[in-house]
Design a protein. Structure first.
Length: 392
């Protein structure tokens, strides 16, 4: 639901809201936040709330160079797990400079600019997602163990599926927060779950993924469990994927998903570091049904890219990303690669099985490929690129 700043101010007064959580993300998509009192909210809308970016990946900045959080009123939602008396609401923010300009290193701003670019090109993108996660038991001190919550398998039912009630609680909670879950089920691994979402605009879909992960971790913790979205939580069990469904039409309503898919395949090796940003990401590749080759299929759903036609609507599913990726950055890159595919008239390649290129097989290789890419250098701000080149 769309809100104006004035409507939010009125809502906060009428609904006994005591804290406003202002959320943003670093270059890796890790959520950050600070809370302000209702008396500070009007200033937040007009001037922003200052933060020190020195210790936030991708933002850098020297000592004393403040950045400012500007809340997006359309993202306001109650946090249902907080008390009804003295409520807490959350808004997602864009990061701005002291001069009021959007910060180039803010991945949400990057996505807004990519969407503006696609609008100028007359192409409308929509994204959906399928996200997998494990639920692990906690020990007596509240620390995560490697003991899965159950031993159920793919699409099992209760009582062997002990995660059923938690998935139900998650879906009802996030629906209350304005998200649109489509379906949920037990996945192949023990204690592993999947929740799928309806497609939406790029910004709404990225906001949705960010909110979803926060809600899952919170609800799991309340139930004495740990929710793990990492690519390979258990060495000999299936990994967690973050499958991204992509829809695209031109200004005449013509489906252009095949050209978009061709553009993404053409750049997939270049952008893998941003879709799979940890060393554990590469332990998932090539295991179970996780892809490790640059290929596509209209029949085999385990290919890197599955391009299907359902009742005249083309859907492209990209299966290599994992949920440690930053959805704002990922969607920005997929939009730009897709636009390149349309602009250059690319077609899906005909590649024989066994002749496909491999995806990068390590974090080191993924970094090396990205550094050689003019496409990456043209799309990813220097400070963000540097943060992905450093680290583990």
């Amino acid at each position: 639901m769309e809100y104006s700043p004035e409507e939010i101010m009125q809502y906060i007064e009428e609904e006994d809201v005591k804290f406003i959580r202002l959320m943003f993300r670093d270059s890796f998509g890790v959520q950050k936040n600070l809370s302000v009192m209702p008396s500070e909210l009007r200033k937040a809308f007009t001037d922003g709330v200052g933060i020190n970016p020195r210790h936030i990946d991708g933002f850098g900045g020297g000592e004393g160079s403040l950045l400012y959080l500007k809340p997006d009123p359309s993202t306001m939602t109650i946090l249902p797990w907080r008390p009804e008396s003295g409520r807490v609401v959350r808004m997602i923010c864009d990061v701005c400079t002291a001069e009021g300009e959007f910060c180039d290193a803010d991945s949400r701003v990057m996505l807004e600019r990519a969407v503006a670019h696609s609008d100028r090109e007359g192409v409308e993108f929509k994204f959906g997602s399928k996200s997998e996660f494990y639920l692990f038991k906690l020990d007596d001190e509240g620390n995560r163990t490697e003991i899965p919550f159950d031993e159920a398998g793919y699409m099992d039912i209760a009582p062997v599926d002990k995660c059923e009630n938690i998935r139900r609680e998650i879906c009802l909670t996030i629906e209350e927060m304005g998200l649109r879950p489509e379906r949920s089920h037990h996945e192949e691994g023990p204690g592993q779950n999947e929740i799928d979402f309806h497609y939406g605009t790029p910004l709404a879909a990225a906001d949705q993924m960010s909110t979803f992960m926060m809600a899952v971790r919170t609800i799991a913790g309340r139930d004495g469990l740990y929710a793990d979205f990492s690519p390979k939580p258990l060495r000999n069990k299936p990994g967690n994927g973050y499958h991204i469904n992509i829809y695209a039409t031109d200004r005449d309503g013509k489906d252009v998903c095949r050209q978009v898919a061709a553009g993404i395949l053409n750049r997939i090796r270049d952008i893998t570091i941003f879709l799979n940003p940890s060393e554990s990401s590469y332990r998932r590749f090539g295991t179970n049904t996780a892809p490790d080759r640059v290929n596509w299929s209209g029949e085999c759903p385990s290919a890197l890219m599955h391009v299907s036609d359902y009742k005249g609507m083309i859907r492209t599913e990209l299966r290599s990303p994992d949920a440690l990726s930053n959805p704002y950055l990922a969607y920005s890159l997929l939009i730009e690669a897709g636009l390149e595919g349309i602009r250059d008239g690319l077609e899906l390649p005909s590649v024989r099985v066994g002749e496909e290129q491999l995806l990068p097989q390590s974090l080191k290789e993924a970094r090396e490929v990205a550094l050689k890419s003019d496409f990456v250098k043209n799309v990813v701000p220097e400070a963000v690129l540097k943060s992905y080149m450093d680290g583990e």
